[in-house]
Design a protein around this ligand. Structure first.
Ligand code: ZN
Length: 295
């Protein structure tokens, strides 16, 4: 089977250095294995999105010399497919409507290492008169484990650690966990290289893959860049957009975070030459086996 990787940014703002590093790692992993690298815009959260950000991210990637295969996938255009799968899960009794508010869950749920565990309040049904807020998937008391290529063995028991989780949000949008699983399967993704902030979500995604009969791809979660307060770099934590003026220097810097030292002689070379070197020398095992790296 040939390799298919992807990069899937959310258009909440311009590309920042943290997402550039994830893009670089996933791109090099795909290209060094003569695979395909697909681009997906995860635009399912209109309140958090910034107008024009998707085009801005695409322009930036293009400017850095990324070459994606096939057409760009926009999650906002995939709603019919998501609805069909939501319907299927409901019919198979894998999901149920939930009327709990955030306050209800905070009051009744227990705290785990992964946040507040949903206590299962609506599992046995809701009063007919109530309008559902969201749709949840039933989880089982089974440990889901996988071998991450960077972070090593990782496991969660969804019943104990997370509880039944949301697959359709109260605002009618398909939840990230479900949309990402449907799209990875539809695009035939064989390996996912992304930031370690999504490591905790992976067992939920594997669980959905199993329910839907999809193959489980390989996973490699790279360390995320945090500021000195330990916060992931993002628009919310005040990360600035990356410097596109000196794309080569920015790329050399990104490679450095991934433990790939570009030779001195190439540091001022055009981006195409830096890419050529990087594709030839890329070794996923060289990436630090850590969850975070301080900027
Ligand atoms: Zn509920």
């Amino acid at each position: 089977m040939s390799y298919i990787g992807r990069f899937a940014p959310s258009p909440t703002g311009p590309l920042h250095s943290g997402s550039l590093i994830a893009a670089v790692a996933s791109y090099l992993q795909a290209k060094s294995l003569q695979g395909k690298w697909l681009l997906r815009i995860e635009d399912l959260d209109p309140p958090r999105e910034l107008k024009g950000a998707a085009d801005d991210i695409i322009r930036t990637l293009d400017h850095f010399g990324f070459e994606w295969d096939d057409q760009i996938c926009y999650q906002s255009k995939r709603r019919e497919r998501y609805e069909a799968i939501l319907e299927q899960l409901q019919q198979q009794d894998h999901s149920y409507p939930c009327i709990c508010s955030r306050t209800d869950i905070q009051a009744a749920g227990s705290m785990t290492a992964f946040g507040i565990r949903y206590p299962g309040t609506c599992r046995q049904g809701i009063p007919r008169t109530k309008t559902p807020h969201s749709i949840r998937i039933r989880v089982t008391d089974k440990t889901i484990s996988f071998a991450d290529k960077i972070q090593g063995q990782y496991q969660q028991n969804l019943e104990h650690d997370v509880g039944d989780f949301i697959i359709k949000r109260a605002d009618g949008q398909t939840a990230y966990q479900l949309a990402v699983v449907i799209d990875d399967a539809a695009q035939g993704i064989t390996e996912i290289v992304r930031g370690s902030d999504l490591l905790d979500s992976t067992p939920r995604q594997i669980y959905l893959q199993q329910l839907l009969g999809y193959p489980t791809p390989d996973y490699a979660h790279i360390p995320v860049i945090v500021n000195r307060h330990g916060e992931k770099l993002s628009k919310q934590t005040g990360a600035s957009a990356i410097d596109t003026e000196s794309a080569g220097a920015t790329l050399v810097h990104a490679l450095c975070y991934l433990n790939h030292q570009v030779p001195q002689s190439l540091q001022l070379a055009p981006v195409s030459e830096i890419w050529q070197w990087a594709i030839e020398h890329w070794q996923l095992q060289q990436v630090a086996q850590r969850r975070v790296i301080e900027a």
